[in-house]
Design a binder for this molecule. Structure first.
Ligand SMILES: [Zn+2]
Length: 220
C-alpha cells in the first residue's frame, strides 16, 4: 500500500474496464474508488436534498444536469476519507464538469495526479457491456463471462446474493451510448492532455495486464 496521496480519474467508453480497474486500484493504493453511479446511489440513501432530487431524476429515466452532479461530487470530495486521495470514475463526463472539478480541487489545494484513458475497440466494448451485472448492496461489478464471483450468485465483497443488470446494457442501446461518449466525454481528453496528466492505456488485455500497465505508470 502506498503512502502517497493520489488523485486519479479513470476515463474511457462504457465497457472499457474503468470501474474494474478503479476497484483494483482502491485495493493496491488504499484510496477510495468513487463511481458517479455509486455516489448518486449513496446520496439517495443518505436522503440529502440533492441526493433525493438526483435519485428522482434517475428513477424517471432522466439525465442529471451538470450543476447537480457537480454539487454532489463536491459534497463527496469534502468527506474526511477523501483527504488522502481518490479514484474517480464516471466523472467528469463533460468539459464543464472537468473545469468544475479543477476549481474544487484548487480550493482544496489538491490537484489531479493522473487521468487514465482505457482504449478498447467498439466490438470488444459491446461484448463486455452485454453480460455485466452489479451487486445491489455494495455496487461491486461482475460479468457473465469475464468476471464471475468466486461462489456462484454470492458477491465476493459483501456476501449479498442480489444483483441487478442495467436496463441499458444491451446491444440496442450501446451504439447510442458510445455516440454520446464520443460527443460529450471524449472532448475532456484533450483538456487533460494539455495539462500533461493524460495517460492512454491499452485496455484490451486481461484485467491483470491492464492493472500492471496502470500501476507501472503510477509507480506503485
Ligand atoms: Zn456486494
Amino acid at each position: 500500500m502506498s503512502d502517497r496521496n493520489l488523485r486519479i480519474v479513470m476515463m474511457g467508453p462504457p465497457g472499457c474496464g474503468k470501474g474494474t480497474q478503479g476497484d483494483i486500484l482502491q485495493e493496491s493504493l488504499g484510496v477510495p474508488h468513487i463511481s458517479t453511479g455509486e455516489i448518486l446511489r449513496n446520496a439517495g440513501k443518505e436522503g440529502t436534498e440533492l441526493g433525493l432530487k438526483a435519485k428522482a431524476l434517475i428513477d424517471d429515466g432522466n439525465f442529471v444536469p451538470d450543476d447537480m452532479i457537480i454539487a454532489i461530487i463536491k459534497e463527496a470530495l469534502a468527506k474526511p476519507e477523501m483527504q488522502k486521495g481518490f479514484i474517480l470514475d464516471g466523472f467528469p463526463r463533460t468539459v464543464p464538469q472537468a473545469e468544475a472539478l479543477d476549481v474544487m480541487l484548487a480550493e482544496l489545494n489538491a490537484p489531479l495526479d493522473f487521468v487514465f484513458q482505457l482504449q478498447v475497440p467498439d466490438e470488444i466494448l459491446a461484448e463486455r457491456i452485454v453480460g455485466r451485472y452489479t451487486c445491489t448492496q455494495c455496487g461491486a461489478g461482475y460479468h457473465d463471462r469475464f468476471k464471475t464471483p468466486k461462489f456462484y450468485g454470492v458477491c465476493d465483497k459483501c456476501g449479498n446474493t442480489e444483483f441487478v443488470r442495467r436496463a441499458d446494457d444491451n446491444r440496442r442501446t450501446i451504439k447510442a451510448r458510445l455516440a454520446t461518449y464520443r460527443a460529450s466525454t471524449a472532448p475532456v481528453l484533450p483538456y487533460y492532455e494539455t495539462k500533461g496528466i493524460l495517460y492512454c492505456v491499452d485496455g484490451t488485455g486481461s484485467i491483470v495486464k491492464v492493472k500492471a500497465k496502470i500501476e507501472q505508470i503510477i509507480g506503485v
